[in-house]
Design a protein around this ligand. Sequence first.
Ligand SMILES: *[C@@H]1O[C@H](CO)[C@@H](O)[C@H](O)[C@H]1NC(C)=O
Ligand SMILES: *[C@@H]1O[C@H](CO)[C@@H](O)[C@H](O)[C@H]1NC(C)=O
Length: 425
Amino acid sequence: MLILMDFLFNSQTEQHFADVVLSEEFLNLGIEQVCSLISSDKLTISSEEKVFEAVIAWVNHDKDVRQEFMARLMEHVRLPLLPREYLVQRVEEEALVKNSSACKDYLIEAMKYHLLPTEQRILMKSVRTRLRTPMNLPKLMVVVGGQAPKAIRSVECYDFKEERWHQVAELPSRRCRAGMVYMAGLVFAVGGFNGSLRVRTVDSYDPVKDQWTSVANMRDRRSTLGAAVLNGLLYAVGGFDGSTGLSSVEAYNIKSNEWFHVAPMNTRRSSVGVGVVGGLLYAVGGYDGASRQCLSTVECYNATTNEWTYIAEMSTRRSGAGVGVLNNLLYAVGGHDGPLVRKSVEVYDPTTNAWRQVADMNMCRRNAGVCAVNGLLYVVGGDDGSCNLASVEYYNPTTDKWTVVSSCMSTGRSYAGVTVIDKPL
Ligand SMILES: *[C@@H]1O[C@H](CO)[C@@H](O)[C@H](O)[C@H]1NC(C)=O
Ligand SMILES: *[C@@H]1O[C@H](CO)[C@@H](O)[C@H](O)[C@H]1NC(C)=O
């Protein structure tokens, strides 16, 4: 048992819960041990389906004796976190569930959860609606499309542990200058430029299936937009529609697969960077097509009041800055002011409403991708004013130092979308 616990909870292990479940050792555990395993918040699994299947496998291993434990086991399976389709097609059809009225109650609880609007879900005080929070699940950095020098379809992933890059399924069509987020286990590539047009299309990538599919179009065409997730909604902020810079902002609800406009920013911003800190969405710098100026202004959006408010300006104008969030601080990395491409970096602390300078990057970069992982801030590709860059560097806030990653991307790209995902198990 100790070995198995270590196996399941050790964040360094490369073994998977799915393998463990098939093992003789798991199937021979006692009921108390299985309950203690599957009730843990720290269980390292890619989806709650694995837990349900483990319970069914364990019971079926000695069905006559074990089926009386179904209710005790299902108490720890977080059915509300499973997709509706899976609940209907798999859980409801399972004979072991059908034969237990307590199990059917858990199924009803899960269905109810799916029917409730988001605000009311939060009020459901059940241990089964709580997300599991595995320690240090292995991460991948996904780099999607970009300009190399034309819009490309290539998608590559960096494995932080193996310290190497590999290609995954290509985008369905060329895309650069898109917004990129990771939400609900999927990567979303939002808008951008396909080589001839600014698009309103959105593609989503399922890392488990290694597959792209299209979801609902945005209302507006946007390239060089900012994209971020706030309160479970995907926001597309500003950008350029082919003729003007945009102040408009729209949000996507994954449940209804719909986009809707929210309050526009105070300023038109193309080549804008965005980030979420403390439940507020920040739009940093960019280019204001009207005054033809790169911007040092920053504004922030409160979803409750549906209002944008200016906050402290950056020390310098930055368009095409990489924006990322690390330890509740907002970073603005590189960017340009006219022809001048920057290597300088500044960081905003919302608690003091002030920007301060930190160490310069090793290279000048604009239109780079930024993401935070394992306490470090990564900046990926971009261009230095003449070349697209294949290099990646990261910032360590404890040492205030930038370090170049030894392994480069397969190709130099600027305007790529970058995000960090859980490594599929
Ligand atoms: C860009 O998108 C437009 C509209 O969706 C489409 O007609 C066109 O073929 C696309 N161009 C390329 C190069 O993919
Ligand atoms: C948004 O504004 C409301 C009303 O002023 C305030 O109560 C709330 O704390 C703000 N939200 C955040 C995340 O600051």
